[in-house]
Design a protein around this ligand. Structure first.
Ligand code: HEC
Length: 129
């Protein structure tokens, strides 16, 4: 009986934890169906570490809305990146790392994003549909 009670409490704790994580907007998965090697969970963190949200409004990222760049909602439904590249996960990685090479003079700066971080960010954005 006590064992059953303990199991119940444990299950309850884990559920509450998962719920809290979900409320935070952080995706629960660490693998992506869309971006090979991408980790949406790590991407959620990387977006904030690199400060993408200081210019873009991005669903699930805490903080005030910003409109220096376009909002990145429903990203997976987009056809083009910056009106320039087809919206594929690999092209998005390229854009995140080298926007100034792709569109010289764009307001979006090269932020020295590592290949891994860009892949994780791409995985996060491709989760937005
Ligand atoms: C200083 C402001 C600024 C920062 C910081 C910034 N961006 Fe941008 N971003 C822009 C602007 C401006 C554009 C529009 C570029 C264009 O269309 O020429 C843009 C375009 C984009 C696009 C294409 C949007 C579309 O509608 O096609 C994506 C995706 C994007 N940024 C992702 C990111 C990510 C990820 C980061 C963080 C690593 C980031 N940006 C950081 C300003 C910024």
């Amino acid at each position: 009986m006590i064992k059953l009670g303990l199991t119940f409490v444990l299950v309850l704790c884990v559920s509450v934890l998962l719920l809290l994580t979900a409320c935070n907007g952080r995706p629960l998965r660490s693998t992506s169906d869309f971006v090979a090697g991408g980790n949406p969970q790590a991407g959620w963190q990387a977006v904030q570490d690199y400060g993408c949200h200081t210019c873009h409004t991005i669903p699930g990222i805490p903080g005030p809305d910003a409109y220096v760049g376009p909002p990145l909602d429903e990203w997976a439904s987009r056809s083009y990146i910056a009106g320039n590249l087809s919206n594929t996960p690999d092209n998005l990685v390229e854009w995140i790392r080298f926007p100034q090479d792709i569109e010289p003079g764009t307001v979006m700066p090269d932020l020295d994003v590592t290949e891994d971080a860009a892949r994780n960010i791409s995985a996060y954005l491709f989760n937005l549909r």
